[in-house]
Unconditional design. Sequence first.
Length: 464
Amino acid sequence: ARVAELAARPEAAAGDVASLCAHAEHQGWLTAYQVRELKAGHGRRLAVGAYRIFDRLEDGPGGPTYKALHPALPQPVALKVLRQDWLTPADTPAAYVARLQVASLVQNPHLVMILDAGLVDDGPFVVQELVDGCDLYHLVNEMGALPIELACEYTRQAALALRAAHEKGVTHGEVSPLVLLLTPVKRVTGSSGQTSVRPLPGAVVKLAGLSVTPLRPPIGDLTYGQSDRLGPVAFLAPERLRSGDRTAAGDLYGLGATLYYLLTTRPPHAGQTPADVSLSVQQSEPAPLETLRTGVPAPVAALVGRLLSRDPAGRPSAAEVLEALMPFCEPSAIPLADGPESIVPLANETGTIPAVPTALPASGSGTQAAVGLLPEIQPLESPSDSGRGFGSLGADQSQVLRPRPKATKKHLGWVIAGLILHLTALALLVGYLTNWFAFVRPPEPDGHQVEEKKDVPPKKGKRG
């Protein structure tokens, strides 16, 4: 019916594509992205198989990711089309799609689901659950080190996803804070125009990118011209320097490095270049967690040390990580889904983080944080019915210093009235004490009627 309506318009007869697109966008039949592509003559790009493209979400190194919809699916999905050269030199399109199809069998609430995979003329494509969230790397980059209980809880949720994958024989290959998405979140824009992200109550972590990254040769075999294929080197296991194999033990190393980062704002091994990081992995050990963050329970620090072991056999399994972290995941650290909508406060607002190194800047952002902090935003304060409860970050909210709410006109009126009454009462008191109110003077005594009495000696009594 919509096509027939467009065909019947005068612009169709005149071949005025721009006007037809403008009309369709006004009616809500096309998105702004679809209109731009049609005007540019790229209508063919608006479909990948049975998927219809509605928007372009991002341009990754391997290819773009789109917001798409399938006729058989009720919700939009994230569809990524990879360039064929992105698979070289260690992978092939057929093998890549086959691994994704196996990964789609893994089901877990803390996993971004792989829904479909296939081949088109432009190369392989992968369809994933569309998640509106923020990765933990940039969250920590903005907010600072997380409270210990919350960092343990987020890591525990990621371990749940890894356990489900490993039980199916599926590995991730590049576990890092960049692929751990926190959802749902709320974005607020400050007076400077920068957008800040806050987790909403009930926010959970989802592991994204399961088997999505193509196989790679050992890091040591990649040249500087292939640095975009290195992946998050600071979170990759040491054995990846000499082997391209992706193992469950390698995933657990990435999980330990992620927890290390959530608690300290820095990866275990850092450097200005991938070569610097690789050299640090080969020649040095990570700084002990307890030297960078006070208050970390000894079992948590020991668990991180085991996860970062150079020997893959010395690392615990995902199930062991779950058991070890459980005692330190306080319920108060988990955002509640009930009650009025509120925002989890900043980590550095809870008063629970000690002095730790400044968070690493986001890639390409220079020395500035990815987003600015917005302490003046009043809605960021979480209301509490009890008046003195514990917020979703596990810190006593009564100890948090927050901006005072502005006084309303009604409140100012009462304050002024009270001040006037106070001054009036003070004036009355002073007047009473200083005899201001003695308006009628008493009559002066008559000098003729009152005579000064002289001293009269007492009469002597008779002697017996």
